[in-house]
Unconditional design. Structure first.
Length: 273
């Protein structure tokens, strides 16, 4: 069983490829250099050469802030790029797994978002990812759309590492009025390995439980750190973020605090080697 992974050099891709190999799959991890998803001919060429049994599409424009000023680039990558992949999957009857985001929702709910809830993104990144979902549904009959949230992992820039880098500052202000679920890319990778064997459709997979960015930061740095909670209005950003983007998981996932503990332990272990 051969799986082609796009965005294999990204934060999720680098944990997902080994997880798939451990599960017995032959993995072709495609970086941007091999497979630029915004180049339609390149997409067709690589997919027809490899003819995988499944494609897991992790490649994306992921800078939520910059997406507001680089709208064309975000749309070209997340929407058009996904369309090219979806078209090729339809042509060769290849099941497509599309990794999507909690930011397709507007955050007006106060209880976890179900897979049946209507998306209504409030920032451009969310809009471009939703357009990607729509193309997957339009072109493919065999697809898994997997929405996840607040990712962190050992192979990419993420909130945990940002907080750790700031730990010696006198004051660290973090928003306390955006609620979501932190998710370790290792846990998501395990979830993806299971989901690809499940019936086609939309799935939610994120750390179980919920917290604010401030609560997440406190768990990373400890209660005696120099963290100060603030409101979103006080922390000006280009992109609006949903106030509440907790996903109702499609199956039991690990609690976010337990996952973070393991991530931190592994991080220390790697530092001392
Ligand atoms: N990070 C989060 O908090 C989060 C939350 C929910 C959902 N997601 C979704 O999860 C997936 C994985 O995210 P991640 O955190 O692993 O992101 P990431 O670290 O930014 O990885 C994305 C990868 O996509 C590649 N890429 C960008 N444009 C490309 C193109 N035109 N052709 C081919 N590859 C391209 C990037 O390559 P370069 O390194 O060369 O730019 C990068 O390796 C994405 O679909 C994202 O939307 C992420």
């Amino acid at each position: 069983m051969k799986i082609l992974v796009t965005g294999a050099n990204g934060m999720l891709g680098q944990d997902l490829c080994p997880a798939l190999e451990d599960a017995g799959y032959t993995v072709i991890g495609a970086s941007r250099e091999i497979l630029d998803i915004t180049d339609k001919d390149n997409v067709k060429q690589v997919i027809s050469d490899v003819l995988p049994n499944i494609i897991i599409h992790c490649a994306a424009y992921t800078n939520v802030e910059k997406a507001e000023s680089e709208q064309n680039k975000a749309m070209l990558t997340n929407a058009e790029g996904t369309k090219y992949i979806a078209e090729a999957c339809a042509e060769w009857d290849i099941p497509l797994v599309y990794i999507s985001t909690d930011y397709v929702f507007d955050g007006s709910k106060t209880t976890p978002y179900k897979v049946t809830d209507k998306p209504n993104p409030i920032n451009f990144y969310g809009m471009s990812k939703l357009r990607g979902e729509e193309f997957v549904k339009q072109y493919c009959s065999k697809y898994h759309i997997i929405r996840t949230s607040w990712l962190y992992g050992h192979h990419g820039k993420n909130f945990v590492e940002t907080m750790l880098a700031l730990k010696d500052k006198d004051e660290i202000r973090v928003v306390d009025d955006q609620i979501g679920s932190p998710t370790w890319t290792m846990d998501l990778s395990e979830a993806i390995v299971k989901i690809i064997k499940m019936p086609y459709g939309i799935y939610h997979a994120s750390g179980e439980g919920e917290t604010s960015w401030y609560g997440f930061a406190r768990e990373i740095l400890g209660a005696d750190s120099n963290l100060i909670p603030c409101r979103s209005e006080e922390y000006k950003t280009e992109a609006k973020r949903p106030a509440y983007s907790v996903l109702e998981n499609s199956f039991p996932c690990r609690n976010w605090k337990a996952a973070l503990k393991d991530y931190m332990a592994l991080r220390i272990e790697e530092e001392t080697v």
